[in-house]
Design a protein around this ligand. Sequence first.
Ligand code: NDP
Ligand code: 8X3
Length: 252
Amino acid sequence: MKKIVLITGATSGIGLACARKFAKHNYCLILTGRRQKKLDSISRELSKKHKVEVQSLCFDIRNKAEVATAIDNLEEEQKQIDILINNAGLAVGFNPVQSGNTDDWERMIDTNIKGLLYISRKILPLMIARKKGHIINIGSIAGKEVYRNGNVYCATKHAVDALTKAMRIDTVQYGIKVTQIAPGAVETEFSIVRFKGDGDKAAGVYKGYEPLHPENVAEVVYFATTLPTHVNINDLVIMPMAQANATTFVKK
Ligand code: NDP
Ligand code: 8X3
């Protein structure tokens, strides 16, 4: 029986590493993101290397209509999604609240909270109808703690933390699993986006210690999906060895 995983934000970082991990384990993939060219090259790479079916869906997760159309247009067979990995997300800007950029706030709120809700709202009824499915929400240490200048990003990840608990409560009676994986620092395009293309600033975030690699997170995501039917990981925090909490690092 073939298994289907839908991964949002699969064009880079954690989402891409998850796509590679699940392809290796023969899952059919549905990959989303806004960069069509990246989706095309990743689809080619994975279908060739692992002989798996890959469907790419190019849309902006902030756009409710685009999300709905993308899911509605899937073939009936592709709608039998076993795992949804809610990964698409970003931090943008790094200012105190009093001088924050309200456009940045909206991008984060619309992507990290509303986008996650829009796609979950489309996929959950399909899972509930089959009494089967697993939602993995990629949270963050920023959803457990708040740090200087993290304000709105931290708030959006606290919302992911709350929504994970809420989804678990609302869907437990239907046999749906819900898991939050909350990483500390992972070296991806994340900091380049946060610092609006400033590569030096972004590189500085990961200097002097070994951050998590996206593959480390993908490994744990995959592990969470392979447990016996009666076992669910509700919440898991994964950190680099050198990072104790949001702000405590041992750096060389
Ligand atoms: P990347 O920037 O490498 O990847 C982000 C992904 O999200 C991209 O594939 C991007 O695709 C997608 N995305 C962003 N905005 C949208 C949008 N509006 N519509 C559709 N897709 C979108 O960062 P990470 O891999 O690090 O981030 C993945 C998740 O992990 C995020 O939720 C982030 O908050 C979380 N996280 C990251 C940590 C880190 O230290 N890196 C730590 C803890 C959590 P595209 O640009 O093609 O649209
Ligand atoms: C990303 C990790 O610590 O920059 O969610 O918020 S952090």
